[in-house]
Design a protein around this ligand. Structure first.
Ligand code: C5P
Length: 314
């Protein structure tokens, strides 16, 4: 099953290191509603977890300490502002235990990429510290704490393919026959700020030529049941795409290059700037990634599969 829970045979308390693997997400469908009084936009989204992973290890310690390697090492602050530290402190406060752990992050998911790397790390931290400290929270309790840290945290605890509503924090799994989808993920040089992309969409919607809002997720939901990548490709949609392109015009060229290389569909992932391409199969995905890398129009194109489970002990 995709979801972990009390039925799993995972030990409920670890004395040695707890190592958790967590996937990145893309949004197969991202419908953005109006800005709410609390500063978030009402969302209707279909989340999809892909095989691009961060790994968080939690060990017993006398204080709370974080180290990291990989993507963003040297630029990502490891202080109290880091979502990992904030997640550990939020869980400790809720469980009334001291926030003592030595945490180490091995990061592969790029920063500010529209792949929810920060939320993924927070999800991994909640699970790892729950097991390290034996706090025995249910998945739903962890998701509730996670929702206060980042909109995508509850999904990254669940994984798979799921419908997200509210500001994204309200997640329900989509039951479909198991199908593996093949993606190409084109990572850009430099990130985009999620709040800036949402603000750009608000501005575009007030302009004389507002972007056409994407239709509801119904087409995508029925496409998911058909297991045909061409059908799925035609249903992928993202309201944030015009805003991401307005802030980063070269993304149009990346999307076009992938389509010319034979992708069934091309779209910006979440708030971008990562672009994702749906391929007909694994070999096609490898070929498209090769074409994008040879063209040198993105930092790196890699292949990925989905859906993947959410945060899990390895
Ligand atoms: O929840 P998260 O930390 O990922 O959100 C980052 C920012 O993105 C929010 O502060 C908000 O500006 C914007 N956002 C939004 N509507 C959402 C999710 C995020 O406006 N549904």
């Amino acid at each position: 099953t995709e979801a972990w829970g009390p039925d799993d045979d995972e030990p409920r308390r670890h004395h040695g290191p707890v190592r958790v693997r967590v996937p990145a997400k893309i949004n197969m469908h991202l419908g953005v509603g109006p800005l709410r009084p609390d500063g978030y936009h009402e969302l209707n989204t279909v989340y999809h977890a892909i095989s691009l992973f961060d790994e968080l290890t939690a060990r017993p310690g006398d204080t709370l300490a974080l180290t990291m390697e990989g993507e963003g090492a040297g630029s990502l602050a490891l202080d109290e502002t880091n979502l990992i530290i904030r997640a550990a402190r939020a869980l400790a406060a809720r469980a009334r235990v001291p926030a003592h752990a030595r945490l180490h992050l091995r990061k592969t998911i790029p920063l500010a990429a529209g792949l929810a790397g920060g939320s993924a790390d927070a999800a991994a931290t909640l699970l790892a510290c729950d097991l390290l400290w034996g706090t025995g929270m249910s998945r739903d309790e962890l998701a509730e704490i996670g929702a206060t840290l980042g909109s995508d945290v509850p999904f990254l605890l669940h994984g798979g393919t799921a419908l997200g509503t509210g500001h994204g924090e309200s997640v329900s799994p989509i039951l479909a026959r198991p199908t593996t989808w093949h993606w190409v993920v084109a990572v850009a040089d430099g990130g985009l700020s999620t709040p800036e992309v949402y603000a750009k969409l608000d501005a575009l919607r007030e302009s004389p030529f507002p972007p056409k809002a994407v239709p509801g997720a119904d087409d995508l939901m029925s496409a998911l049941r058909q297991r045909d990548p061409a059908v799925l490709g035609a249903a992928l949609a993202n309201d944030l795409q015009p805003a991401a392109i307005a802030l980063r015009p070269e993304l149009s060229g990346v999307l076009e290059a992938g389509q010319e290389a034979g992708a069934l569909a091309a779209l910006v992932s979440g708030s971008g700037p990562t672009c994702v391409f749906l391929a007909a199969g694994a070999a096609d995905a490898e070929r498209i990634a090769g074409v994008l890398n040879a063209a040198g129009i993105c930092r790196e194109a890699v292949t990925a599969r989905g859906p993947m489970p959410g945060a899990r002990v390895t």
